[in-house]
Design a protein. Sequence first.
Length: 353
Amino acid sequence: MGSDPPGRTGELSAELGRTITVMEVCGTHTVSIHRSGLDRLLPPEVRLLSGPGCPVCVTPTDYIDRAMAMAFRHGVRLYTFGDLLKVPGSRESLADARARGAEVDVVASPEDALRLASSRGGPSAFLAVGFETTAPTIAAALLQARDQGVDLAALCAMKLIPPAMEAVLEAPGTRVDAFLCPGHVAVITGLEPFRRISKEYGVPCVVGGFEPPEIVRALERILQMLLDEEPGAESAYPAAAAGGNPAARRMMDRALVPCDTEWRGLGIIPESGLCLADELAEMDAARRWPVEVPPAEDDPACLCGEVLTGSAEPPDCPLFGERCTPRSPVGPCMVSSEGSCAAWFKYGGRGLD
């Protein structure tokens, strides 16, 4: 891209005449921004800030503790996405538990978990972590498991992005001027949830693609909206139609219902999660195999929660790059391939030279 500000961002930001903070709420955006060095190419008046856009990162520690307790106390085989394997629990990770004899298998999709559970038999649970992007496939696999009589339950930690965006805007001391909205989520939801946020809070919400030029186009639209003092919600990502994917949403509505859930760094946000509908209640792993786990213990020096809410950046954490690295992560922001700390550690960021 060269050393000059990409696109028209320099011209637009100069005309705006003030610094703006744009939060991206998609881990894929975070990785693309740092891998390309885009944050260092933008004019200094445009500040990009990572938010709660990594599903593994926002999953609270006690979820990991609960999953391992079910495996050891009830003999439940766990199926999980790979990013969750090394996320620290209070005392160990799923990888550590597997080394001690727990049955923990990494799968690429909920369909893989269904196939393995069907062939192996016995009690099993899929660790259902994800946003709107993965929720339809999880819903479809669970409905299929029920119809086929496969013994597969779900430990639910699915989350909805728009309520978290609202929580960030309402957090004391947080300043976010606009959102670079997640393209993968918008492919499912369409623009309506972001329109509602833009109207209520008066902030631009622009859905962007994942390549640097696509991100720049979305930023230019944000800057233009701020210049015109006409915030709104729109898509600069052709794959995200305004109406989203109605078929995927119908699948979610069949199997899942909104519920209150806990986000790392943001606490409990009302109706920001997805739990199993009543007709699938017998597939709820937390109900089927109840366990008592002690209060979760996180390292008090870890700033992963603050990073996820935009009140800190990875280098602000005293553990970053020292005691916390991808090889020996202290918090999930350093574990996930979409985590902010992992992206900063691997690719660097503005001010980290």
